[in-house]
Ligand binder design. Structure first.
Ligand code: X2X
Length: 336
């Protein structure tokens, strides 16, 4: 098991070499696959994807090259969804909640306070709920792998004051990703959410366009959000993960044995990344405190009660439908 120092140290060194190694091979490859995402080069998702790219090239004898493009190099989140739908990009990693703008039920995994721990998360996402969402993604004309990358349980950051109770959210200008469910969750808590693509978040916090944001600790750390935020309130208000989404035409161009190599190696990368990210999210509090952030815990029943009173769960049960909601509650317990 890698400890935090080893994980962060190895992540950074591997990430720096990725693009240089692949460019010469890409010219010789029969199949070039671009994979775009919005996390930084040293986030476990990027580092594990680069390792998979190397294994794919080796196992395919150079026939397939996976080019990994972190930090929104290919475009913002909403742009990348358009690119994978058009085929301009072959694969993207995308939060199911953001994907919900195109595949509505994909957002169900982001229902506030649904999952209490990773046992519930993976019981749902590697089980019936994940399969239900995957089939909806495929009905929408895209390819999705069975396993999703982990972003983690999301915490709330602020520049001016900590969030301790639901009342602290009153009027709080919080950045959320471009997704109806994210906006709905924070409106139900009394906040004033602003939908901003991730590549614009650091600047929005720095110029005080918004007071705060919310994300998993590994993302807060690798994206250096601690430089522009003072408080981190452990709200655990949502789990979030990234689907590995592919353009179907591009995928079908790959002969089946090469599809198997790409799917197997990226699935291994996803499982490795889950272990890295969980360990980082569990251990980064002390690193973020050393960077100057002040942490506080919160009482989740109060927030869940506030969402219930605001009608959040009944609204989204209607939106997602009874079938999907029942599948969610089988893993998460009764929500509404
Ligand atoms: O935009 C975010 O906050 C991020 C990077 O966590 C997602 O992709 C959902």
């Amino acid at each position: 098991m890698l400890n935090r120092r080893v994980v962060l140290g190895s992540l950074a060194s591997t990430a720096a070499l990725g693009p240089m190694i692949l460019s010469s091979r890409a010219r010789a490859a029969e199949f070039n696959i671009k994979f775009g995402h919005d996390l930084t080069p040293d986030h476990p998702m990027n580092v594990r994807a680069l390792e998979a790219a190397k294994r794919i090239s080796e196992r395919s004898s150079g026939r397939v090259e996976l080019g990994v493009f972190p930090s929104n190099q290919l475009g913002g989140q909403t742009d990348m969804i358009s690119q994978v739908r058009s085929g301009a990009t072959e694969f993207v990693a995308m939060s199911g909640v953001i994907l919900g703008g195109f595949v509505p039920v994909a957002a169900i995994s982001g229902v506030g306070f649904a999952f209490a721990d990773y046992r519930q998360v993976w019981g749902a996402m590697d089980g019936a709920l994940g399969q239900h969402i995957k089939s909806a993604i495929e009905k929408a004309g895209l390819v999705a792998f069975d396993r999703v990358w982990d972003n983690g349980f999301r915490q709330t950051t602020a520049g001016t004051k900590p969030i301790a109770t639901p009342a602290d959210f009153a009027g709080f200008k919080v950045r959320v990703p471009v997704a109806k469910l994210w906006t709905s969750l924070f409106e139900a808590l009394g906040a004033s959410p602003a939908s901003i693509n991730f590549n614009e978040v650091y600047g929005a916090l720095q110029t005080k366009i918004v007071d705060g944001m919310e994300n998993a600790l590994a993302t807060l750390f690798t994206s250096r959000i601690y430089e522009v935020q003072k408080y981190c309130s452990l709200t655990n208000h949502m789990w979030d993960g990234f689907w590995m989404i592919g353009n179907r035409t591009a995928w079908q161009r790959l002969p089946a044995p090469l599809q198997d190599i790409v799917r197997d190696e990226l699935t291994k990368a996803i499982m490795d990344e889950r272990a890295d990210t969980e360990r980082l999210n569990d251990s980064l509090r002390q690193d973020l405190e050393k960077k100057g952030m002040s942490f506080n815990t919160t009482s989740y029943p109060a927030f869940r009660e506030a969402l219930t009173k605001a009608g959040f769960y009944s609204k989204w049960k209607t939106a997602f439908g009874n079938e999907a909601w029942d599948i969610l509650e089988k893993s998460a317990g009764r929500l509404s």
